[in-house]
Write a protein that binds this ligand. Structure first.
Ligand SMILES: C[S@@+](CC[C@H](N)C(=O)[O-])C[C@H]1O[C@@H](n2cnc3c(N)ncnc32)[C@H](O)[C@@H]1O
Length: 323
């Protein structure tokens, strides 16, 4: 069963796209919009995500999840925010099952219907009730919270937010989490990290340079370029994508940009956005936190950090936090 939020209606998607585009940015959720884009992202995930290829990455999830237990008799609801294929939520559910318990319910939350469906299929054997999907933009977290509260308010809610922190503005991440999590609700979230040895600026720059090839590859280029192809933006209008490192709000990010090569009007749902020659369009951003900065940020926002695991190479961390 999948519920469709009005936040993913063609009008809402267009409104968001225009809002970002007028600021020279591509709405990050737009890269998962069409079926073709979702499939292309799955390819990037399978080829380049170290979580699937390097045992030390999946191990941090399994180690953290093994510490989580469900008190007997408690009704629990696992909610996967931006769940993608659901592979990490499956590891969590497997771990809980090994301990002799099961989640009562699972809700897959994603902008992509296809990815929601994949997660539902994956989690079905591990939950007691038939899982539900929500095709919704997390910008509309209030709508999701209202719907959850119309159900069982006494259930214990366990949220996951994996792989999304790098792509969303930190203030938006906090707004989503504060809207959804009630006191006592649990959250597992991951962050891509700059593998630093110390906090010096030059060290952070060096560390992010080292992980750049994880992004600068054929599959990622093809995935991010699909948006232009599908919207009939040719290579004469926007240049080939360029991958670099930029600093913003004290965080280093891998940024992918395209340069506008000629003046043109991008026509979207009957609306025109004027693109000017030499303007730079931010197509994709992946923020690389340091573990100290990430933890400090969560604590300052009022979350209690219960546990954390970081890969031996320092490139990824996963946190268990509580509101
Ligand atoms: C980088 S992928 C991570 C997927 C998965 N959680 C994982 O770690 O493998 C980001 C996921 O978030 C979804 N997504 C992106 N922006 C979103 C938004 N604004 N609201 C809801 N889902 C979003 C995408 O469709 C995609 O499945």
């Amino acid at each position: 069963m999948i519920i469709f939020s009005s936040s993913r209606s063609p009008q809402a998607v267009l409104k968001k796209q225009l809002f970002y585009l007028k600021r020279g940015v591509i709405d990050p959720s737009l890269h998962y919009h069409s079926l073709k884009q979702s499939k292309a992202w799955e390819k990037v995930f399978q080829r380049h995500c170290p979580v699937l290829s390097e045992p030390s990455f999946s191990q941090i999830y399994r180690t953290l999840f093994s510490r989580f237990t469900i008190p007997s008799g408690q009704r629990t609801h696992l909610i996967g925010l931006g769940c993608g294929t659901g592979v990490k939520e499956q590891w969590l559910a497997q771990c809980v099952k090994r301990g002799g318990f099961s989640f009562q319910r699972f809700t897959a939350v994603d902008v992509s219907e296809r990815l929601c469906q994949l997660s539902l299929k994956r989690l079905r054997p591990f939950v007691l009730q038939k899982p539900k999907g929500w095709v919704i933009d997390l910008d509309a977290a209030k709508e999701l919270r209202c719907s959850l509260d119309q159900g069982d308010r006494t259930e214990r809610r366990i949220y996951t937010l994996f792989g999304l922190v790098p792509n969303l503005d930190p203030s938006l991440v906090l707004r989503i989490l504060k809207t959804l999590l009630r006191s006592g609700d649990q959250l597992f979230m991951s962050a891509n990290l700059a593998p630093v040895k110390n906090k010096e600026e030059s060290e952070v720059e060096r560390a992010v340079k080292r992980i750049l090839p994880q992004y600068q590859n054929r599959e990622t280029r093809e995935w991010l370029s699909l948006l232009f192809e599908e919207q009939k933006i040719t290579k004469k209008m926007i240049s080939a994508l360029r991958f670099g490192i930029e600093s913003e709000q004290g965080l280093r990010s891998v940024i992918v940009r395209g340069e506008v090569l000629q003046d043109f009007e991008w026509i979207l749902g009957g609306r025109r956005v004027r693109m000017k020659k030499r303007d730079s369009l931010k197509v994709f951003q992946s923020r690389r936190w340091t573990s100290f900065a990430f933890e400090h940020w969560m604590k300052r926002a009022g979350f209690k950090v219960r546990a954390c695991e970081i890969t031996p190479n320092g490139e990824e961390g996963v946190w268990w936090v509580e509101r």
